[in-house]
Structure formats: structure tokens, C-alpha cells
Design a protein around this ligand. Structure first.
Ligand code: GLY
Ligand code: MN
Ligand code: MN
Length: 502
């Protein structure tokens, strides 16, 4: 086991307000290097076609660029396509974009158009309306060639996406063309985060941590989960983030034990826990932070017992993080801590105990720990909140890696009902029932974000309090200042006595 202090943590600065002006940028030379790396990694000469996201047609949905396309071009407007031609050591890149249309810009706002896109990216710009004819002419000239495609492709059983249809038409017009999906090659490149990407992740995590601190004064019995969600997302935008990186999870009491809860509309009650999985996207890069706090500002003895197991699992896991170590090690270590803790609380029979989880026809054994800890410890972060990560891909922790560590214990009131009511399981069900009643509705997850760089390991979400005393102190301080603000507002006459605005 690694002592906590042995981890080389270069903590992000926990400043109260992370002042941001314009987004830090990925340099155009970085995008060019990514395109070159992709095209040269392809097994043969041929044509790479990467399709950007399309303009949403209905309901004024916000445009969000395809992450693979953004990764290759940095171009953030709809209906674009990248074509790269690799032939005999020569590489040529074309960016197809809709031409400017002043009448449409009344609705959409200014667009870059062909010249603007070319100036912005350094790629040869083309009118998107000529994509088909240009591809036809390139593909005809290379004869029996290979088209490597990157886009939004459905699976064979689902409905065809517009990108599927475009490829089907190309295949029909060029029957001897071999078409290969090159998405995996882009994901491999995306799994290693450059210095500029790491910087965007640091900012996303610092803003997210600031939001986790900001909400602490507004948590209390009678407050609603949606107030916390709204306040966190206010901080995200106020500090220059794109917005929430994923739908915020703000779950109190029983909701803290539902992994994908996001209705966020329950009034919190005294004596409950509040689990908050909320983080910002900044410059399109996403953090992913969870904190669990007591609604009334003080952990009960039982809540604290569960919380401390999860925290110990997290600390043990992060103690295993170092370049060159096996990727699986932190997960094994966290699971062992949780198993021991659950056995101590009487929620499982023994650390490695199993139970019969199959049917009579297909008997199967499941680890008892999975009744309370049923997700993986970690995933990559980056452009997507679940991003490809080099350490997970190679099985060895590697510089350029960006990932979460997020152990949890979720005691649902109905845990015993998950266990099949067979004769074999009867004793197990009876044995854990009192502990399940005791710890029911305690759901705890603590999730932090990490980078492995050449300089060591950074916990970039360190600005969000996570130690028991730190959480309780921060809640008390924030609530005192919230009460003071309310009293001052009331004295100014801008608040009604019930706290509502006039
Ligand atoms: N917030 C999504 C996750 O933790 O994976
Ligand atoms: Mn996560
Ligand atoms: Mn999360």
C-alpha cells in the first residue's frame, strides 16, 4: 500500500475564482500534426473522409461538433468534411464547408465560409456542395483504392444515419472501392493527451471544483436538488466553461444510490446524504467530479463509516498511480478496500464472498461486493467524458493519460431483493438484512480527475473538498456566509422574509 503522501501530486491551484478570458487554444500546427499522424498510420495509400456533425434541423438544438472531426480540424461549424489523399508519400488535405450565405446568417450568425475556414485551418478550402463530385473524381483516379471513413455510423441493425447514406451512395458509384472505418485509429490518437489538452483539462477541473465549493452553502434540509444543479451550472458558465460536461447528477437520500439519477427535483431532508456528480466542459474538454456531502453539514456515524471506506479506496487507488505501473492495479486495490469495509459493516459475509446470482437453468456466482459497488473504478476523460485513454488501452500507466478514479458504495433499501430468493441464498439474505436496513439510502461516490505527465501525477480536481473534516468545515463556512448574505439582502429590502426575491 502506498502512503497518501507518496503520490506525487502536483495539485491544481485552488483559487476561489478561476478567472478565464478566451479559451486556451489547441494550435493549428497541433491539428495538422494529428492529421498527419492519422493519415500516415493508415495501412495503405488511399483517401480519408472525415465527416463533421450536421446542422440540427429541429427545435433550435445547439450545434455540437463531432469530437473526432473537432480533434482533426478544430473546425466548429456544421456540415463540413475533411478529405485527405495519401498517394506515394504525398499527402493533400481539403476542407469542405458550406459557402457563406448572408441570408442564412440572419438565422445562424456569421459563418467562416470557404476562405475563412481555409485561413483558420491552413487546409485547402472547398465548397461543401462539390464534395460528391470531388470525391468521385479522386476515387476514379485512384482506381481500386481504399476509402477510410470517420463519421457518425450506426450499427448494421439500426437505422441508417446520414453519414451511412453518404457512404452507401459512394459505394454504389464506386463498386470496386474498399471502404474501412478509421474511427479506431482516431481514438488511438485521442487516447494520448498533449500538453495543450492537459491544460484545457486542468481548467475544466478547476472550474468544476470551484462549482463544487460554491454549492456547499446552499445545501440543507428543505432545499431542492435543482438549486444545487443550477448553482453549479451558473459557476460553470460564469467562469467561461462551455456548460455541464454531462447531465448533472444531484441525488439526495435514496437518490444517492441510483447511479444514473438526473431528475434532480427532490427536496433534501435532514440526516440524508447528497451525491453530486457535476463537472464542466471547457474548450470542449471535460472534467468529471463527484462529491458526497451530508445535507445538514455533519456526517452521521453510519454515513461517515461508509464514506471513509470509499475515501480509503480512492486514496489507496491513487497511491498506485505512476507511469509504468499496471493499469489494473488501482482498481484491484480499491476493490479490496471496499470488500474489507463492507464485510466489517456486515453488508457482505466476507471480503471475497460470492452468492448465487444465476437461475436454476444457468447457475452462476457473483461477488457479494457487486451488490454495492457495481461500476468500474476509472475511465479516460478528454473530449468525451468517457474518452479513450492510453493507459487503459496499453494496460500500463503512461504519460499522456487523463482519467478518473471513482470508487463508490450504494446501499439501496431494496438490496436484499436483488439477491435471488433461492434456498441457497436464504441464509445470506437473512444475515445482511439488518445491516442493509441500517445503512439504507446511503450512496457515496467520490470521483477525482488525474493526469499522468512526464513530471508525475496530478490530481487536477483537488480544489473540491473531500476529507470528512474538510467537507464539514467548508459547509459550515459557506452556510454562514450564505446566511449573512441573506440577512444583508433582507436588510436592504430586496428579499421577502421567506427568502424569496420580490
Ligand atoms: N459522470 C459520469 C461518470 O462518472 O462516469
Ligand atoms: Mn466518471
Ligand atoms: Mn462522474
Amino acid at each position: 500500500m502506498q502512503a497518501r503522501g507518496s503520490l506525487r501530486i502536483l495539485c491544481a491551484l485552488c483559487c476561489a475564482l478561476v478567472a478565464r478570458s478566451a479559451h486556451a487554444q489547441i494550435a493549428q500546427s497541433d491539428y495538422a500534426a494529428r492529421r498527419t499522424a492519422l493519415v500516415t498510420s493508415l495501412p495503405t495509400d488511399g483517401v480519408l473522409l472525415a465527416l463533421g456533425a450536421r446542422e440540427p434541423r429541429d427545435n433550435h438544438l445547439a450545434f455540437w461538433q463531432s469530437q473526432d472531426f473537432r480533434y482533426l480540424t478544430g473546425f466548429d461549424e456544421p456540415d463540413a468534411a475533411l478529405v485527405m489523399i495519401r498517394r506515394g508519400g504525398e499527402v493533400r488535405g481539403l476542407l469542405f464547408v458550406p459557402p457563406r450565405d448572408p441570408a442564412m446568417e440572419v438565422w445562424t450568425g456569421a459563418r467562416l465560409g470557404v476562405e475563412g475556414a481555409s485561413a483558420r485551418t491552413g487546409l485547402e478550402g472547398r465548397d461543401a456542395r462539390t464534395l460528391d463530385t470531388t470525391l468521385d473524381s479522386i476515387l476514379s483516379s485512384i482506381g481500386r483504392g481504399t476509402l477510410y471513413a470517420v463519421g457518425d455510423f450506426g450499427d448494421a441493425t439500426g437505422p441508417q444515419t446520414p453519414d451511412d447514406q453518404l457512404l452507401a451512395q459512394l459505394r454504389a458509384r464506386h463498386p470496386s472501392l474498399s471502404v474501412r472505418d478509421a474511427t479506431a485509429s482516431v481514438l488511438r490518437l485521442r487516447s494520448v493527451k498533449s500538453a495543450a489538452e492537459q491544460e484545457l483539462l486542468r481548467t475544466a477541473a478547476a472550474i468544476s471544483a470551484a462549482a463544487h465549493r460554491d454549492v456547499l452553502g446552499s445545501i440543507g434540509p428543505g432545499r431542492n436538488e435543482y438549486e444545487v444543479e443550477a448553482l453549479a451550472e451558473f459557476t460553470f458558465r460564469r467562469q467561461g466553461a462551455d456548460g455541464p460536461a454531462y447531465p448533472s447528477i444531484v441525488g439526495s437520500g435514496p437518490n444517492s444510490t441510483t447511479l444514473h439519477y438526473n431528475r434532480n427535483d427532490r427536496f433534501m431532508q435532514d440526516g440524508e446524504l447528497l451525491l453530486m456528480d457535476m463537472a464542466a466542459s471547457y474548450g470542449a474538454y471535460t472534467a468529471d467530479i463527484t462529491r458526497t456531502v451530508p445535507v445538514n453539514g455533519r456526517f452521521t456515524e453510519d454515513q461517515r463509516a461508509v464514506y471513509e471506506i470509499v475515501l480509503e479506496a480512492l486514496v489507496h487507488a491513487e497511491g498506485q498511480v505512476r507511469a509504468g505501473a499496471p493499469w489494473k492495479q488501482p482498481s484491484d486495490s480499491a476493490t479490496a478496500v471496499i470488500q474489507r469495509g463492507l464485510a466489517r459493516l456486515g453488508l457482505i459475509e466476507a471480503p471475497n464472498a460470492t452468492y448465487g446470482c444465476g437461475s436454476e437453468e444457468r447457475p452462476q456466482r457473483c461477488p457479494q461486493v457487486a451488490l454495492y459497488y457495481m461500476h468500474s473504478l476509472s475511465h479516460g476523460i478528454g473530449l468525451d467524458v468517457h474518452d479513450p485513454d492510453v493507459s487503459a488501452q496499453t494496460g500500463m500507466m503512461t504519460p499522456g493519460s487523463a482519467f478518473t478514479i471513482e470508487p463508490g458504495i450504494y446501499v439501496r433499501a431494496g438490496t436484499v431483493e436483488i439477491i435471488p430468493a433461492t434456498r441457497e441464498n436464504a441464509a445470506f439474505r437473512a444475515r445482511i438484512a439488518p445491516a442493509v436496513r441500517r445503512y439504507a439510502n446511503i450512496g457515496v461516490r467520490i470521483e477525482d480527475d488525474y493526469l499522468i505527465t512526464d513530471a508525475g501525477v496530478e490530481r487536477i480536481s483537488a480544489g473540491a473538498p473531500r476529507e470528512v473534516e474538510e467537507v464539514e468545515r467548508a459547509m459550515a463556512t459557506r452556510r454562514r456566509s450564505a446566511v449573512r448574505d441573506t440577512a444583508m439582502a433582507r436588510a436592504r429590502g430586496s428579499l421577502r422574509p421567506d427568502g424569496a426575491t420580490r
